[in-house]
Write a protein that binds this ligand. Structure first.
Ligand SMILES: Cc1cc2nc3c(=O)[nH]c(=O)nc-3n(C[C@H](O)[C@H](O)[C@H](O)COP(=O)(O)O)c2cc1C
Length: 329
């Protein structure tokens, strides 16, 4: 299996990611996935009204369209977050747009919400066999601005509400122009209010998370956390990728556009997590960013995360990392 992973990594990062997921899917369909990667079961527990088999889930972006829910679930993740999905399909930014930084154990991506659109995802959600928790991460199409951008979130929200165990409002991708402006007080208040109204209107009673950037100042993220605590929304996902690339070993990538994930993100995203936990101890938080080992996973939990998500660590180390993280020793 290690050899197969090495061969897959010969391809450019975006292609190797898709090939790897298809390989896992073939093993799943042949019903031999668990011969290679035995499923790791733990005692189930409740969080935000949902039942989880363990605290490790996939971060958004790994399976944007919900094409791989069953095989990712079969690997033993405690939950799967699909998306980011937008109302209309879109192709994203020109390639190459994903870069592997081997020396830094990191990835830079500027995909720009490439996805097959919400209808495609809904079909996959309707047909999925995986019985675990599936969250849906929603966003806005690239050219939607102002009220149209809010409407995009509401369209996705309403469309996925019947099939999502929880919904994540993603305002923190650095690759959709001006999306991060939604962190500003006026914009976030309007978005929260609009989501609350929609939620009431359609009788959605599941959890709703807001996924934030690690690059905003402490006072702003605390202000956002305060708004979430007062609202009908449930909690925060901390965090998305960072645009800060000053701590890289591989110098040439410092000026690459896009979001940085993996090891160099761990410190910054965990710092944001701690700031929010300290200020709002009761607020449910999902921690993500830079988890490359069991130690990192434990650090996220001890810093205040109730659940942890992983992306870059999974694509660098492969499915073995699930067992490494969830084993007791
Ligand atoms: C290639 C790639 C694509 C991503 N796409 C999305 C996305 O569509 N929506 C989102 O909320 N986050 C997206 N992310 C961010 C991840 O969900 C996660 O927040 C971030 O990568 C930090 O976690 P990690 O260090 O474990 O990778 C993406 C990350 C990568 C590397």
């Amino acid at each position: 299996m290690k050899l197969i992973l090495k061969i897959i990594k010969i391809f450019p990062p975006e292609a190797s990611h898709i090939i790897a997921l298809h390989c896992l899917n073939i093993l799943y369909k042949l019903k031999i996935l668990n011969l290679f990667f035995p499923k790791f079961e733990k005692d189930s527990f409740e969080f935000v009204g949902l039942n989880f088999t363990n605290k490790l889930g996939t971060a958004a972006g790994l399976d944007k369209n919900g094409d791989f829910i069953n095989c990712l679930g079969a690997l033993g993740f405690g939950f799967i977050e699909v998306g980011t999905i937008t109302p209309l399909p879109q192709s994203g930014n020109p390639k190459p747009r994903v870069f592997r930084l081997s020396k830094d154990s990191a990835v830079i991506n500027r995909l720009g919400f490439n996805n097959k659109g919400v209808e495609h995802l809904v079909k996959n959600l309707q047909q999925k066999k995986y019985k675990g928790v599936v969250g849906v991460n929603i966003g806005a199409n690239k050219n939607s601005r102002d009220q149209k951008r809010i409407d995009d979130y509401l369209i996705c929200f309403e469309r996925v509400a019947d099939y999502a165990d929880y919904i994540t409002i993603n305002i923190s991708s650095p690759n959709t122009p001006e999306l991060r402006n939604l962190h500003n007080e006026k914009n976030i208040k309007l978005l929260i209010k609009s989501v609350e109204e929609k939620s009431r209107l359609i009788n959605y009673s599941g959890p709703i998370f807001l996924k934030i950037s690690p690059d905003e100042p402490a006072n702003l993220i605390k202000q956002i956390a305060g708004l979430i605590e007062e609202s009908q929304l449930t909690g925060l996902i901390i965090s998305n990728t960072t645009v800060k690339k000053n701590n890289l070993i591989e110098d040439k990538y410092k000026h690459y556009q896009g979001g940085l994930s993996g090891k160099p993100l761990m410190e910054q995203s965990t710092k944001s997590l701690k700031i929010i936990k300290e200020a709002f101890p009761q607020l449910p938080i999902i921690g993500v960013g830079g988890v490359m080992s069991k130690y990192d996973f434990d650090t996220k939990i001890s810093s205040g995360a109730s659940l942890v998500q992983i992306y870059t660590g999974f694509i660098i180390h492969g499915p073995q990392i699930i067992k490494q993280i969830l084993s007791k020793h």
